[in-house]
Design a protein around this ligand. Structure first.
Ligand code: ADP
Length: 444
């Protein structure tokens, strides 16, 4: 499942990267193309105006000749010349002229004949006759044409004298130099896309795997938690069912036997109820990552009340429960949560301390922290178990846990309740001699 998500994230990442590169490339291309076009058109307007000025006399002469019925000297390049060498040389010159971006200009009289040109180089398709016809009709024609695979921007407009059209002018310039910039943008965008595709997929895959790791670990923890919880719930259910079947199978049970069987059922139901409420509490704490700070808690009072609460149990078990104050301590935290943590520690201390033992509570200050310690003279905890007893469902001694303790959730709940109060819980223990669990709080 996580591999599929990683793959999808990697692809999504690649798509986003490629999309961004393509969008930026296209936007730059269109912007540049538009800018080049407007700049070229402005330049052509200027060149056209200069050419008209330069050729004013030529146009006036041509006009006078036309009025007198004469014909113009022809610069028409569509005709005659049979010399192949000349042709080739001219073609090269034409290409050069177009690629240089220099001005190409033709002055045209009212007959549509060329009366003046800037350079003696013939360029195929130029001057462009249909545009000249339209210019002689009064229109300004701006267009882009293609010659020898090169693009030329062309402007054709009428030439006026005293408000009357006396000819036309056609100026052009090769777009080559400007289009090199466009080509560069185009190819760098394509290069960026290829590179983006090559890099974005593996980096996306790597990133997705990396960011997925904590999620995967949390998911694995959750799965193990659910499996453990189901397992823990199955045990009392199996026992309850066994008792019910036993009663069903044995109609001649005595009152005493029936009573014992029902007592077992009630005990197992109670244990299940306890387990379910522990699970619910852990689930709620996981969900909200609760923060329980804000109350001033008198740890001496917490300890004194706990001693009172557990006094009858202590008497029943033959364990001495005492309260020993080294110094008063006020913690910053939550009173109800602290009471619950102390109850968990005392439950454990009673569960793992044999009759004749001793359990002591002590509040005080340690390294700037307000502390509350629960010490017992019980069976103690081995060093390897000390690392693990705070894990969910961990029980140090499975053989005796079902009779003496819960499902191994008490200390996990205590740890989370302490974390929710910015506090922590530590253990010191010697197998056979006893254990001390200490709660450390921020001091008020
Ligand atoms: P449980 O429900 O089994 O008590 P806990 O999380 O409270 O679960 O405790 C986990 C394990 O830590 C216990 O199974 C036990 O082995 C060990 N433990 C906890 N408190 C004590 C103690 N005071 N003395 C000895 N062992 C303890």
């Amino acid at each position: 499942m996580f591999r599929a998500i990683s793959r999808r994230l990697a692809l999504l990442n690649a798509l986003v990267v490629i999309g961004v590169i393509a969008a930026v490339g296209l936007a730059s291309y269109l912007y540049l193309a538009r800018k080049i076009e407007t700049q070229t058109d402005a330049e052509l307007r200027n060149r056209s105006a200069s050419a008209v000025q330069l050729w004013t006399d030529v146009f006036l002469e041509a006009d006078a000749r036309t009025s007198a019925g004469g014909s113009a000297p022809s610069y028409d390049n569509s005709d005659d010349d049979n010399h192949d060498d000349d042709d080739d040389a001219n073609k090269e010159q034409a290409k050069e002229l177009i690629r240089s971006g220099d001005t190409i200009a033709y002055g045209i009289d009212l007959h549509g004949d060329v009366v003046s040109t800037l350079r003696p180089v013939r360029i195929e398709h130029l001057p462009k006759e249909d545009s000249i016809e339209r210019a002689l009709g009064g229109a300004i024609v701006v267009e882009t044409i293609e010659v020898h695979h090169d693009r030329i921007r062309l402007r054709t407009e009428p030439v006026l004298a005293d408000g009357r059209i006396i000819g036309a002018i056609q100026v052009g310039m090769g777009l080559g130099p400007n289009e090199q910039v466009l080509d560069f943008v185009q190819w760098s965008t394509i290069g960026g896309l290829v590179l983006g595709m090559l890099l974005a997929v593996p980096t996306g895959w790597w990133l997705a795997n990396r960011s997925m790791k904590p999620i995967r670990e949390a998911f694995d923890r959750q799965r193990a938690f659910v499996a453990d919880a189901s397992h823990e719930l199955r045990t009392p259910l199996t026992l309850i069912r066994a008792e019910a079947e036993y009663q069903d199978r044995s109609p001649d049970l005595s009152q005493a036997e029936l009573h014992e069987s029902r007592a077992t059922i009630i005990r197992e139901v109670d244990s299940m109820a306890g387990l379910v409420s522990s699970l619910l509490q852990l689930a709620r704490m996981d969900e909200s990552a609760a923060r329980l700070v804000g109350q001033h808690i008198d740890l001496e009072a917490v300890a004194a009340e706990a001693v009172e609460r557990f006094q009858s149990l202590a008497a029943e078990r033959g364990i001495a429960l005492g309260f020993d104050t080294s110094s008063p301590a006020t913690a910053l935290g939550d009173r109800a949560a602290t009471d619950q943590v102390v109850s968990i520690l005392l439950d454990n201390a009673f569960a793992y301390t044999p009759a004749g033992g001793k359990i002591t509570l002590r509040s005080g200050m340690q390294a700037g922290k307000a502390t509350l310690a629960v010490t017992d003279t019980g069976i103690g905890i081995s060093p390897s178990d000390q690392q693990r007893i705070f894990d969910r469902f961990y029980r140090g001694d499975p053989a005796r846990s079902r009779s003496s303790g819960g499902a191994g959730l008490g200390l996990s709940i205590a740890t989370e309740l302490m974390a929710a109060q910015h506090g922590r819980i530590t253990v010191e223990s010697e197998p056979g001699a006893g254990s001390t669990f200490t709660l450390h709080f921020d001091a008020a």
